[in-house]
Design a protein around this ligand. Structure first.
Ligand code: M6R
Length: 359
């Protein structure tokens, strides 16, 4: 039931602070230690490489997860699009462990990979929102997203829940291997900050509605740019905008833009820069200026500590590994309002189904 909300998508965006709190209470004890099945941790510890396999938004959550697993648990991690992996499997490590990310647990592309790797005898974990879903039943382990039903076709709270569960698992793995980065990572405190930060952003949603009306409703193409983790959020942000507003949006590694794609920038083309990482903030700002010099209308999403006077959307500071949990919220809202302002059916975009059960 969407209650007083016009669309499920807005309700689901608004639910994210509570999902963060719920995951914190489900998976972290009062001392902040992760509560994760030891068999699962042992199975992963016996492997030498993680393979995250997923589609769409879940794939984008996997990209963010790579940083978490590599930095907090020091496990080399690859992230793959399921439909590609299924028919063009890379040369695997000696002892691979697979992680399937899927809100629905029913995505046929991911299932195809799971069937193949089960046949090869490899172990796997499914991180899903749906208990007893096909992927959950057919893999060895399951971690639930506890996000509550996600009805809108555009995935929002499942994305932030997936990143959070990856962070919990990465911390659990790192701590069990005495990795200092994991021991020092106060995830419980961080998730509290994230929940408050998300609330602050959704409380300011009208600002984003205004940006949407001013720069997006009449745009025919747009860009999200960033580096590293901000690039991964750019991919997710542009998918969101495309699928419900039908505006062509590319998520781009900001340094790569000048190698060709900058030719597409015209007067008024909206370019959103995501700037949350201190080591690349200056570089992304220069790349934004390059687009501005070609007529782009630039908009910034940045953290308090990296913000400059004329930044557009400033989000609260959290650990740099977790900034996607906040930087994606304005992008979700921008997609929502642009779809709404164009008079489209936000929850049921054309040509799409909530779960994709064909290959
Ligand atoms: O249920 P899944 O997470 O496996 O679904 C994967 C994609 O189909 C899904 O994330 C899709 O990209 C969404 N419509 C994006 O908002």
């Amino acid at each position: 039931d969407k209650g007083t909300y016009p669309y499920y998508m807005l309700k689901e965006i608004d639910e994210q602070p509570n999902v963060m709190r719920k995951l914190s209470s489900k998976y972290l004890n009062s001392d902040g230690k992760p509560v994760v099945d030891n068999d699962l941790l042992d199975a992963i510890k016996q492997s030498d490489r993680l393979y995250i396999v997923a589609a769409g938004t879940s794939y984008h959550a996997g990209l963010v997860g790579k940083n978490l697993f590599e930095k907090l648990a020091q496990v080399p991690t690859e992230v793959h699009v399921a439909s590609e992996f299924a028919y063009n499997m890379p040369l695997l490590a000696d002892k691979p462990f697979f992680i399937f990310l899927s809100q629905s647990g029913e995505t046929a592309d991911s299932r195809e990979v799971l069937v193949n790797i089960n046949r090869l005898g490899y172990k796997s974990l499914t991180i899903t929102n749906v208990e007893n879903s096909t992927l959950s039943r057919e893999s060895n382990y399951t971690l639930l997203l506890h996000a509550g039903p996600e009805i809108s076709v555009a995935s929002t709270k499942a994305y932030t829940a997936q990143i959070t569960v990856e962070a919990i698992l990465a911390k659990a793995l790192g701590e069990s291997d005495n990795v200092e980065a994991a021991q020092n990572f106060n995830l419980k405190q961080q998730l509290g900050l994230v929940a408050t930060g998300m609330q602050a952003i959704v409380d300011e949603k009208e600002t984003i509605n205004e940006l949407s009306k001013k720069y997006f409703v009449n745009a025919n193409r747009s860009f999200y740019i960033g580096r590293g983790i901000d690039y991964f959020v750019s991919l997710e942000s542009s998918l969101k905008l495309k699928e419900i507003s039908y505006i062509l949006a590319e998520g781009f590694a900001s340094g790569e833009l000048k190698h060709g794609t900058i030719a597409l920038i015209e007067k008024g083309t909206p370019v959103i820069g995501i700037i949350t990482q201190s080591n690349t903030a200056g570089l992304t700002r220069s790349n934004l200026e390059e687009t501005m010099a070609r007529g782009a209308k630039t908009i910034t999403i940045t953290t308090e500590s990296l913000a400059k006077d004329n930044d557009d959307i400033v989000i609260p500071d959290v650990d740099e590994l977790l900034t996607p949990l906040l930087s994606v919220i304005p992008a979700q809202l921008l997609a929502y309002y642009t779809s709404l302002n164009k008079g489209l059916d936000v929850d049921h975009p054309r040509n799409l189904a909530k779960s994709v059960t064909v290959q």
